[in-house]
Design a protein around this ligand. Structure first.
Ligand code: F6P
Length: 487
């Protein structure tokens, strides 16, 4: 462990954000030069709005191009190398590739993600053998790398915001190195109930909880996930939990929990949606719709998004309500995600296969029942939000789900939302959405039918109420809440 005195850290950053993925990434262009790509997402827009040099963002180099850029910058400090980093100081960590891949792919995405989204098929998975212990050691090293970098760069008494399941051990490790810091951890995923969480080996389950309890403040997107965390602390650590006050006391320290829903920055989203490239995509979509109703879904191809059952529900709708044939089109955007993992690649294949089956089964010379796009195109997504009649968001489980919020915010005529009861967004949007059990394909088909039949006025009223709820806690407010929680 790197021992640092507070003196060594003099002149450091008063606010530090730590996350696996940073606000920018690099790619090598056709002439072999490194080019910066700006990132999107709630955390990025929240920080951009802060636009203060007080913030240092520590993230990992994710690709070979990121590594090249990082190596060319002094200490991985990309702002010092003259890169445009959206107004914040940025340090990118060059973690050895094997360590990174074991930590990110195997532990974070194939284990912790599966645990919190309750996705294991327990008769066969998971199996924790010696290979997993090796990967767990890499996850610890990865968390150490963050703790070392933050300890080195934090000003005395700085506030540190650690993000997500990649960094569950970082808060505790950081406290060991720099007890003067005020630390928050934020979980962007759901949190598993004890019976799901206890799939992890006992010592690792303890380590994960103790890691987060190293923070002064542990944030969650909904009360439901915060309560699950409390239940796990009581069950696994026999910690003293206060469900009313949302606190956990263990080994003489108390961590406060907070519920901070993440919403939409309406102004920024509208500004982007008003660009000419969005209108151009809208024109193409209108042409394809020929006046038919649009049932939209927009997802990254993550297994937790439940895209295949969503397609099955559409098939069921056409079977049980053939009156919709030639009157609707299902527009499906399933954008690539985590393609280093074979399960994710295979999932994309299944989505394509089921979409083809629906086309074969129902397609007519003058009617295409389903349009599937798997290449990411943000402008096209925004155009589709504007035009959709029905938006289907049916994840198996989801920390929040911002698609459910973006849709109503951008909709011009009002959109009827079919929403999984297992998405965090249901806490804020459930009253105006049509809420479904994501495993019940027949009920989802009926919900889509109901959504299509919803009178225009009612659809608009509900959609406007959902848009208001979706913008109640924009990223700036969400970030400010977490900083305030640290005093
Ligand atoms: O959607 C939940 C989430 O944890 C986000 O907070 C985070 O940005 C993302 O998943 C991680 O995805 P990726 O593996 O593509 O970085």
């Amino acid at each position: 462990m790197e021992q640092l005195s507070a003196d060594a850290a003099q002149g450091g950053a008063p606010i530090i954000v730590a996350s696996n993925r940073g606000p920018i990434s690099f790619e090598v262009d056709s002439s072999g030069d490194l080019r910066v790509r700006q990132g999107a997402g709630g955390l990025v827009s929240g920080l951009v709005s802060l636009r203060t040099p007080d913030v240092l963002w520590v993230c990992a180099a994710l690709s070979e191009s990121d590594r090249l850029a990082t190596r060319a910058a002094p200490g991985g400090r990309l702002d010092k190398a003259g890169h445009e980093t959206q107004g914040t100081r940025l340090r990118m960590l060059d973690i050895p590739l094997t360590t990174y891949s074991r930590a990110y792919n195997t532990v974070a995405n194939s284990t912790l993600w599966f645990v919190h989204h309750l996705m294991f098929d327990t008769p066969t998975t998971p199996t924790f053998g010696s290979a997993f212990r090796r990967d767990w050691a890499a996850y610890k090293e990865y968390n150490d790398a963050f703790a070392d970098a933050i300890a080195q760069d934090a000003a005395p008494g700085a506030r540190v915001l650690v993000q997500d399941y990649h960094l569950t051990l970082a808060a505790r490790k950081l406290r060991e190195r720099r007890p003067d810091l005020r630390i928050a951890h934020f979980s962007h995923t759901p949190w598993a109930p004890p019976e799901g969480f206890r799939l992890l080996p006992d010592d690792i389950a303890r380590e994960v909880l103790l890691g987060i309890l190293g923070a002064d403040h542990a944030g969650f997107l909904t009360r439901r996930w915060a309560h699950s965390f409390l239940d796990c602390c009581a069950d696994v650590l026999a910690a003293d939990v206060d469900v009313e006050r949302l606190t956990v006391t263990h080994e003489g320290r108390t961590t406060e929990l907070g519920v901070h829903p993440l919403g939409i920055d309406s102004e920024r989203l509208h500004e982007r949606a008003d660009q000419p490239d969005v209108e151009a995509r809208a024109a193409v979509l209108r042409e394809a719709l020929h006046g038919m109703r649009m049932i939209l879904r927009v997802d990254r191809t993550e297994l937790s998004k439940n895209i295949v059952r969503g397609l099955e529900a559409y098939r069921e709708l056409l079977l049980t309500h053939p009156e919709w044939i030639k009157r609707v089109v299902h527009v499906v955007f399933a954008y690539p995600s985590r393609h280093d993992l074979p399960e994710y690649r295979a999932y994309t294949g299944v989505i394509q296969r089921v979409a083809r089956e629906i086309e074969h089964e129902f397609g007519l010379p003058d009617w295409t029942p389903l349009l599937l796009h798997i290449e990411d195109d943000f402008a096209r997504t925004l155009a589709a939000y504007r035009l959709a009649d029905v938006l289907v968001v049916n994840p198996i489980r989801d920390g929040m789900n911002l698609v459910a919020k973006e849709g109503p915010v951008l909709s011009t005529r009002g959109v009827a939302l079919v929403l999984s009861r297992e998405a965090g967004a249901v806490a804020e949007l459930g009253a105006d959405a049509i809420v479904v059990n994501p495993f019940d394909v027949q009920a989802t088909a009926e919900a889509i039918h109901e959504a299509l039949l919803m009178p225009d006025e009612e659809r608009l009223r509900r959609s406007q109420r959902m848009a208001r709820a979706a913008t109640a806690s924009p990223p700036t407010a969400w970030l400010a809440q977490q900083l305030d929680a640290l005093g």
